[in-house]
Design a protein around this ligand. Structure first.
Ligand SMILES: Nc1nc2c(ncn2[C@@H]2O[C@H](COP(=O)(O)OP(=O)(O)OP(=O)(O)O)[C@@H](O)[C@H]2O)c(=O)[nH]1
Length: 427
């Protein structure tokens, strides 16, 4: 939860930063390049006489601003006059205009004939082994008088005459503005004799120190990075959670298994006699419940055999309590050995045992009791004296358990009374 809040906070900061940067780029981040035009600026003049033409240009200054007066004279060559405003940075090379968007010129213009103005940004570059000046041009339709003209730099293009003037192979025809050495203002290409006056009052390049496209790209990279980082964080968190859950599940499973084993142990302890391992009275509850249920449905018969060791007190007194215990354990073993799987042996009291025989007739129970009696009599479970037991047998004949046990107990009492080591049947 804490991490989630931290992440959301980080994203909020990033979002605010993005909005701030986009707004700043849009409304601010402005850069500008210009200088004050004066007589000291080494403005140069050029005419068509370089191509054998006869036009005549004169450079003068009006209020310190360079002014070109040009008489266009028609001849074989292309007639023109132009002036060049130098551009250079501190180390003397041209200026890089890639971060600028527009050029604004403040011009005064007069012409005897309708004319255009050709604006060049001449870029120095190396093609092959040669230093070459690439012409980047845009045509301006000037109005008479003084006016500002804003030219988007993206609309400068390389004119075809420049491309045809080059002999190099694979020359690129796109405009390039990374090393612009001068602004050249030239009379237009209207082919008639005329007088043209161009006064350059001011110029400036405007731009942003970071272009919108660059900013968007950087922001995209940052957001993509943040998204990937977030995905990694989420994946890591899920992995931790998964491993933690797995560990917890394993631990709980172990605890569960341990508890189950312990519960089984307690259940066994609660239902079994600690000395002989036989069922105790508590462990008999289910068996008796089942016997009563079957009796009520009338589809089975159950018999109860109660047996009690004869003169056990004497044995204890003569040979000690430990010997008495040993006899009890041996007797339980012997009984278990001679009863069926679905007969239930219970230690009913001190030296008294009960055997619940499901699906057993009275005759069957009597036979079993008699067999057990004989087996006990003939066994040597006590090395000092012969051990015998008396038996009382009662068939379940009502749904009252107490009555059933009372009848068995009474017949056992009768067996004792009649001399012990015998089996009697309850009526
Ligand atoms: N060693 C030992 N003796 C026990 C245990 N439970 C009961 N006894 C003893 O069993 C004896 C039972 O004695 P009585 O009830 O007088 O019966 P008896 O001596 O067997 O005589 P009859 O039943 O009449 O044959 C007592 O001395 C009890 O102390 C036991 O877990 N271990």
């Amino acid at each position: 939860m804490k991490i989630l809040i931290k992440t959301e906070f980080a994203y909020l900061i990033l979002l605010m930063l993005t909005i701030g940067l986009v707004a700043w780029q849009h409304f601010g981040m402005n850069i500008s390049y210009s200088y004050q035009l004066s007589r000291e600026v080494p403005v140069t003049l050029s005419n068509d006489d370089i191509n054998g033409g006869r036009s005549r240009g004169i450079l003068s200054y009006t209020n310190g601003k360079p002014t070109l007066n040009c008489d266009i004279v028609l001849s074989q060559s292309f007639p023109f006059c132009s002036i060049l405003l130098p551009l250079s940075n501190n180390n003397g090379s041209g200026i890089d205009l890639q971060r600028y968007d527009s050029l604004t010129l403040t011009l005064g213009f007069q012409a005897s004939e309708r004319d255009t103005l050709l604006v060049y940004l001449n870029n120095g570059e190396i093609i092959g082994n040669d230093q070459v000046i690439r012409a980047n041009m845009q045509v301006l339709v000037p109005a008479t008088g003084t006016q500002d003209y804003t030219l988007p730099l993206s609309q400068f293009h390389v004119p075809s005459w420049w491309i045809f003037s080059r002999t190099e192979q694979n020359i690129t025809t796109a405009s390039r503005l990374d090393n612009v050495q001068n602004i050249q203002l030239s009379t237009g290409d209207h082919r008639s004799a005329r007088h043209v006056q161009i006064q350059v009052l001011d110029f400036h390049f405007d731009g942003k120190w970071m272009r919108a496209a660059d900013l968007y790209f950087y922001l995209l990279v940052v957001w993509a990075f943040a998204a990937v980082a977030q995905i990694l964080v989420i994946a890591r968190r899920f992995r931790f959670k998964y491993l933690y859950t797995q560990r917890e599940a394993k631990r709980l499973n172990e605890i569960n298994n341990f508890l189950q084993v312990e519960r089984d142990k307690f259940e066994t302890l609660a239902k079994h006699d600690a000395l002989t391992g036989c069922l105790n009275r508590n462990g008999m509850i289910d068996i008796l419940g089942r016997a009563i249920g079957q009796f009520e449905h009338g589809n089975s018969s159950t018999a109860l055999i109660l047996l009690d060791i004869d003169n056990f007190k004497q044995l204890n007194d003569n040979y000690g309590h430990d010997e008495g215990d040993r006899v009890l354990v041996q007797l339980a073993k012997l009984l278990r050995k001679h009863i069926r799987d679905n007969d239930h042996l219970v230690r009913w009291g001190g030296e008294e045992f009960a055997i619940v025989c499901e699906q057993t007739s009275t005759a069957g129970a009597l036979t079993l009791a008699e067999n057990l009696r004989a087996v006990i009599e003939s066994s040597h479970i006590c090395e000092h004296s012969q051990v015998t037991a008396s038996f009382g047998v009662a068939k379940l004949n009502s749904k009252h358990i107490e009555n059933w046990f009372k009848r068995a107990d009474e017949s056992l009492y009768l067996a004792k009374k009649q001399g012990r080591n015998r089996v009697t049947l309850a009526p």
